[in-house]
Design a binder for this molecule. Sequence first.
Ligand SMILES: Cc1cc2nc3c(=O)[nH]c(=O)nc-3n(C[C@H](O)[C@H](O)[C@H](O)COP(=O)(O)OP(=O)(O)OC[C@H]3O[C@@H](n4cnc5c(N)ncnc54)[C@H](O)[C@@H]3O)c2cc1C
Length: 619
Amino acid sequence: MSNGSFQINMRDMRFILYEQLGLERLCEFDKFKDFSRETFDMVLEEGAKLATEVIAPLNSIADKEGCTFERGIVKVPEAFHDAFKKYCEGGWIAASVDAEAGGQGLPESLGLATAEMFVAACCSFTTYPGLTRGAANLIESFGTREQKKLYLEKMYSGQWTGTMCLTEPQAGSAVGDIKTMAKKEGDHYLINGTKIFITAGDHNLTENIIHAVLARTPHAPPGIKGLSLFIVPKIRIHPDGTLAGPNDVNCGGIEHKMGLKGSATCTLNFGDEGKCQGYILGQEGQGIQLMFQVMNEARLGVGLQGFALGNVAYLYALKYAKERIQGVEIEKIKDPHAPRVPIIKHPDIRRMLMTMKAYVEGLRALLYRTAYYADLARVATDPQERENCENMIELVTPICKAYSTDLAFRITEWAIQVYGGYGYCGEYPVEQFCRDVKITSIYEGTNGIQAMDLVGRKLSQKKGALVMGWMKEISEFIEKHKGHPAFGPSVAQLEQAKNTLVNVTMHFAKVAAGGDRLYPMLQACPYLEMFGEVELAYLLLQQAIIAKDKLQAIFDKAGASAEEAQWRVIEEQAEAAFYSGKVHTAQFFMSNILPKVQSTAAAILGGDRSALAIPEVAF
Ligand SMILES: Cc1cc2nc3c(=O)[nH]c(=O)nc-3n(C[C@H](O)[C@H](O)[C@H](O)COP(=O)(O)OP(=O)(O)OC[C@H]3O[C@@H](n4cnc5c(N)ncnc54)[C@H](O)[C@@H]3O)c2cc1C
């Protein structure tokens, strides 16, 4: 599917959803019994149509026009209005929200797949519905019956949008340093303070904006334990849902950013005139606890943003590499009459494309599978199974967020490299992806903070049960496929990498038990990357084993021996080419990327502390 050059890799999406994860199995559960493979396919097709025809045309407009701030009014790019209406009419904000809460009740994994298409089409546009979903999710999870009635329908339908307001100038990563105050007054609180960097914080898309604000009540203890969570509407609301007038929430300005220019990033002043009313969610002091409960979903969402932009950059680069004619094949380099070839013939271009392909296909599997665990956790009747799914989500969420977004920036950079000089120019799309994607490694907890979460919290959580559950899954896979005729050696490589990861994990535990908390934190980012490489190797190998069987079935059907028919069939059948691609991709990853795990481990186990030892003046 394409609009101009915008493309969606629907085949790979379907492969992961149906052939790797077995999404249809969810239809056996009561919760999803009204769905089928056909309805899932229809949702994907509808999503692709909206992404291609309505959202993708916004992307370069969003970048060039950006948002404006004049006389206190924030305006989004003009073309967003009609697209937002269509997006909301399709019910996409609440696609995977339970039907009882006003959503379509789709599986999270399918919702994530459609989100991939929308983000790839125009990431800045999707921040408005995305934040709305996040804020509504908080109200759905922790609001009173009255609050749900007042807000949810209007937010899930897109009549009102939402935001998440945590950051303040002195409180970025250190959320516990938030100073915004909330003072009880009757049935509400008076909110006073300034939030910065608030995505979709103000705009002219909707008549109202519902802010989820973290603030501190008087006499609350210092740090995160003293924070509470409030719903703060931009426009006050009568009990019947009609609008009542301004709530003393004002935009102080918008940021001028490197990318994501269609997304309004705002400074918000709450209660300059002492009249800003907020309504508490949960109890005083529960703010962080409540935020934590929706954080996994938000972090998976940002991981998806990164991946989706990396993936679309890869698809553009691939198309360009097949069209751009430059140079001759290396074997004919001395022949001035040799035919000029598309750059995809050059080994270095193939290396970059293959690296990008391997990463995006592995990341897609990682992200979809994490959402699939959330689906399984929702339907599991066995408490042990539910706990296993929840453990897995807890463990891999920082990897989904940080590994995906770090790689995505590199993937967009390789895409520019494939384009050569044209990639560096604004007339071509890839430089925008590179600028747009950078923020994903920064917001929703920087990637450094994610790595600290993995090493400092997740590894030891439940006495190591999370990581042991993960090891068990990989070990079972290794055991099952050890003697695989085609992939036996790759499975052995995976086992070696997994064992190396175990060694480093144990090393961290030993170092921390000895009282050294600095060293594991120093090495947390490389460790997270190692973890990601092993996880992707496992998922790509799993794909290759499935693909190899499917490929064999195609050959068998063609009535020729695999050896003889292989290339003929590949040329004739897109399906065979797809599966063959999977086999080669896994092979590439195992041979070219996975070995990095060993050198990273050697560096970590080597114990060098020079980055800690160096005096600041010596930098
Ligand atoms: C475009 C954009 C949109 C945003 N949207 C929102 C939003 O909707 N809502 C919202 O609340 N916020 C939002 N943010 C804010 C964003 O979440 C913060 O920028 C981010 O959390 C980092 O905070 P900071 O910028 O203050 O950096 P800092 O916290 O000052 O961090 C600077 C560097 O120091 C590192 N660092 C900080 N503390 C530690 C530590 N203890 N250990 C190790 N390393 C550390 C960080 O990893 C980072 O590399 C947005 C920001 C931007 C730019």
